[in-house]
Design a protein around this ligand. Structure first.
Ligand code: AMP
Length: 219
């Protein structure tokens, strides 16, 4: 049976780390819209040029653009047994779109769909965001406070100089929370009403949250 997972939760709730781990554990591709959009920006494509101004203002990129990227990605053969979708859908409009994309790809048949909501105390998330750094080479994510690199500002794996995402400033982070509350949070009820929502307590360290996630996906 095909397994499809989507994840809900505010910015910096730990979805990225956990979905990456889940992807390895389930042997399913990790499809992360934020990274796909940043790759479009780095490659200076037309989609990237359009997406950039929205991302830097903490807004959602237009649904047509992100849906096109997702449809292409989920149609690839490595997604035939399922996928771990991180960062999509981010609005009820996108959730309807995902349903249509799945219908288009394989009729949505023989699929177990699970929406996992990361329930977390949001007080500390802004600090998490402004302290986040990543390696442009291998993608490893650090936090200057809770997970600093061994050598200041350099990746433990390959020594590359770490970078900060343009939208990880305090100002843009604030706007991203507003966008989340307005556009994405309604998806909790949306998926609850469809009977596919699983909620995990996302407070705690990486291992604690991982164990809670495993309990849900193995259920
Ligand atoms: P993330 O890496 O998930 O924090 O996403 C970074 C930014 O990319 C978001 O603040 C949005 O501007 C944009 N983005 C990512 N996923 C989506 C999506 N599904 N729909 C619209 N915009 C998105």
């Amino acid at each position: 049976m095909k397994r499809e997972f989507i994840f809900l939760g505010p910015p910096a709730c730990g979805k990225g780390t956990q979905t990456e781990m889940l992807s390895k554990y389930m042997k399913l591709p990790h499809v992360d819209t934020g990274s796909l959009l940043r790759a479009e920006i780095n490659n200076n494509t037309d989609s990237g040029k359009e997406a950039k101004s929205y991302i830097e203002r903490g807004l959602l990129v237009p649904v047509e653009l992100v849906a096109k990227i997702i449809k292409n990605r989920l149609s690839q053969s490595d997604c035939a047994n399922g996928y771990i979708l991180d960062g999509f859908p981010r609005s009820t409009e996108q959730a309807d779109e995902l349903f249509r994309i799945n219908e288009f790809i394989d009729g949505g048949k023989d699929t177990k769909f699970t929406a996992v909501y990361f329930d977390i105390n949001t007080d500390l998330l802004e600090e998490r965001i402004v302290n986040r750094r990543s390696c442009p080479q291998c993608g490893t994510i650090y936090n200057l406070q809770s997970k600093p690199p061994k050598i200041k500002n350099h990746c433990d794996n390959d020594g590359s100089e770490l970078v900060q995402r343009k939208d990880d400033t305090r100002e843009v982070a604030h706007l991203r929370f507003e966008t989340y509350n307005k556009e994405t949070a309604p998806l909790i009820t949306y998926y609850q009403d469809k009977g596919v929502l699983r909620t995990i307590n996302a407070n705690g360290n990486i291992q604690e949250v991982w164990e809670r996630l495993l309990a849900v996906v193995n259920d």
